[in-house]
Each structure stands twice: as structure tokens, then as C-alpha cells.
Design a protein around this ligand. Structure first.
Ligand code: ISE
Length: 322
């Protein structure tokens, strides 16, 4: 019998999850869809053969729901995750787990918090998995540095410096923890001259430096309005070699018309679509994935980054005991 899933929040991400669950995931079907926009909920529900709930609470409490995908905005997550845990149903919560470390830590401490998986889909991307295998294999020696590039072609004006750090940098925080296997202890945000594409007061691009517990360094370029493409690259530098992922999308290099080149990903669904599908399939199968601690640790890093962006100072990450 299929796992009956409620999808809460059907913006771009939730709509993608709903169709992936309905048409590309074994062992699951979508029974309920909820969204503040009744129109959007109805459209997605019709596509996947589900019914519409009046609100998130009703969806989470419904009798025909065994598990929940939360793709609502970060500020809504705490209450919704707690409702799932109170009912004892597994929940796949999109990143960020919450928007402040205090609320994320409340989820760490909540009874049955092992039922939470956080939507860090890069952990299910074949390139990131290969990079991690290389990092832990010892083949190129001990990892020393990561260079990360995270570029979006465009963002809405409301995507300000804080959102860049909470919603986009959060992926690099998790990738760092995933690849290096240790916590990030300090964050420094540097603001170069802003792009003319950045709204007034928004620090776009930014450079961010993570320091890990054992003293490794990770630099991140966050640039949300390049006007070019969706580009995510990570280079690992180790004692006897280095490796990079995300350089070529699709690897097809065409030579024609007096030029050579290939296509770039237009958006995160194109780049990470297969990773999202793998993430959902693993979640439905109960195979395990990033949990509530991973979600909390990444939120704590982003919170330090928000403070560093404001003060210009190197900022320590405050992590409660595990
Ligand atoms: C979005 O929330 C994501 O998670 C994407 O991966 C990221 O690149 C984008 O900047 C965010 O808006």
C-alpha cells in the first residue's frame, strides 16, 4: 500500500515535489494539497489526483495522510513540523528548517524529532555524492579547502541579503558539513561592490568564509542576479589533489557556427531535478537522510552569517549541545 502524502505549500518547489511523488516515486501517492492560494492548491491537486485542504493544519491532521512534505516558507516551518511530530508522521521539511537557530533547536529537542528529514537535496546529487566519496576515500589525501560558487540568474526584489544567507547560503553550510564531516565554527561575510542588478541596500554578490572545527577554510561566492544561468560549483582541495563538480552541465560540448560550447542550467530544478527525485524516493523508502540536527546546524551557521553581514565582523557559530 502506498504512503499517502500531504504536500503543504505548492509554490515552485512544492508543485515539483507533488508531481514527483505522484508520477516518479514508487510507493507513494499525494492525497492532500494545501496552500494559502486556493487556486494554486486546486491546480496542483487536480494534476496529481489529490484533494485540497483548507489549510496546513487540516492537511497534517487528515486521516488519509501518513507523511507530509513541507514546502511552505521557512517562517511557517516550526509550527507545521511540530504538528507532524505531535501526530507521529514522518515529515520532509524543505530548507531552511526554520529561520532562527532558537526555533530550529526547539525542533531538535521536540519528541520524535527523528521523524524529520530536511530537504538538503544536494546530498542526493550524484556529483556531490562522488565528491564526498573521494573526500572520505583518502585517495587525494586529507581535505583542506572548499571553494564554492552559488549563482542564480535572477531573484525577486524581496530576496534581500538576509534571504540570500538563510535560503541560499544554507546549502553551502550543509555541503560543507556533508563533505568535510565536521561543524562550522565561525563565519565572516564580506561585501564587495554591489551589482547594479541588486536592489538598493542588498549585498549582491557576497563572499562568505566558513571556518570548521578542525581549522579548514571554505570560501563561498553568493551571487543571485548574474543574468546568466543557475551555476553551482564546488571544488575540493586536498593534500595531494583537487576535484571540482558542477563545471559542465550535461557535458555536451557542441562545435558549430564558428563557436564551441554547451548549455547552462536555467534554474535549480533543471540542475537538481534528479537529486530532488532521489531525495523523495529515499524518503518514501525510509532510507534515511539529513535530519533535524543537520537542519539546526545549518540554520545556526546562517544566523551567524546574518550577524556578520550586519556587523562586518567574524562571528562565532553558537551551537547548543547535541
Ligand atoms: C532556493 O531557495 C534554493 O534552494 C536554490 O537552491 C537556491 O539556488 C536559490 O537561491 C534559492 O532561492
Amino acid at each position: 500500500t502506498d504512503l499517502r502524502v500531504a504536500v503543504v505549500g505548492v509554490g515552485i518547489m512544492g508543485a515539483y515535489h507533488a508531481t514527483a511523488l505522484a508520477f516518479r516515486t514508487a510507493g507513494a501517492r499525494v492525497t492532500v494539497v494545501a496552500d494559502p492560494s486556493a487556486e494554486r492548491a486546486a491546480a496542483v491537486a487536480a494534476t496529481v489526483g489529490a484533494r485540497v485542504a483548507t489549510d496546513a493544519r487540516e492537511a497534517i491532521a487528515a486521516d488519509d495522510v501518513d507523511a507530509v512534505v513541507l514546502a511552505s516558507p521557512g517562517p511557517a516551518h516550526e509550527e507545521q513540523v511540530l504538528a507532524c511530530l505531535a501526530r507521529g508522521v514522518p515529515v520532509l521539511c524543505e530548507k531552511p528548517l526554520t529561520t532562527e537557530s532558537a526555533s530550529a533547536y526547539r525542533l531538535v529537542r521536540a519528541p520524535r524529532s527523528e521523524l524529520v528529514q530536511v530537504g538538503f537535496m544536494r546530498r542526493f546529487d550524484t556529483e556531490y555524492r562522488a565528491l564526498r566519496e573521494l573526500a572520505v576515500s583518502g585517495e587525494i589525501g586529507a581535505p583542506l579547502l572548499l571553494h564554492c560558487v552559488h549563482r542564480n540568474p535572477a531573484q525577486r526584489p524581496a530576496f534581500d541579503s538576509t534571504m540570500m544567507l538563510r535560503d541560499s547560503l544554507v546549502h553551502e553550510a550543509d555541503v560543507t558539513r556533508f563533505l568535510l564531516g565536521e561543524e562550522i565554527v565561525a563565519v565572516t561575510v564580506v561585501r564587495p561592490r554591489a551589482s547594479s542588478a541588486a536592489p538598493a541596500g542588498v549585498s549582491d554578490p557576497m563572499l562568505v568564509l566558513f571556518e570548521t572545527a578542525s581549522g579548514r577554510l571554505v570560501d563561498v561566492e553568493l551571487f543571485m542576479r548574474t543574468g546568466v544561468a543557475y551555476e553551482v560549483r564546488t571544488e575540493l582541495v586536498a593534500e595531494r589533489g583537487s576535484a571540482v563538480i558542477g563545471l559542465d552541465q550535461g557535458l555536451l560540448t557542441r562545435r558549430a557556427g564558428g563557436a564551441w560550447g554547451g548549455a547552462l542550467s536555467a534554474d535549480f530544478l533543471e540542475r537538481f531535478g534528479p537529486a530532488y527525485d532521489a531525495e523523495l524516493q529515499a524518503w518514501v523508502a525510509g532510507a534515511g537522510g539529513p535530519g533535524v540536527w543537520d537542519g539546526y546546524a545549518a540554520v545556526a551557521v546562517c544566523e551567524a552569517a546574518v550577524e556578520s553581514e550586519r556587523t562586518g565582523e567574524r562571528t562565532l557559530v553558537r551551537l547548543e549541545p547535541r
